[in-house]
Ligand binder design. Sequence first.
Ligand SMILES: [Zn+2]
Ligand SMILES: [Zn+2]
Length: 84
Amino acid sequence: MASLTLRSAGYTHKACPVCGWRFFTFDGLDEHSAECRTQENGRRIAALNNTRRRRCDQCSLVSTVAGLGIHQKATGHTGWTEAA
Ligand SMILES: [Zn+2]
Ligand SMILES: [Zn+2]
């Protein structure tokens, strides 16, 4: 029982802090987590570039490009201004 607990505790220590993917060796985890963090940073930068806002000309609602599209479809509002 005790050895099983120890083993499972060690196992959780080898989980990637970014994506939670688990590894049997620390070498494997180190190699992965370096790569995983790089990918995660890339995703964050992509997300930042994706946060451009538009303001509805008719009710001044500010939303993402997609969000404003949904708003205007639902309300029938037209026209938008780029909002930084
Ligand atoms: Zn990962
Ligand atoms: Zn509107």
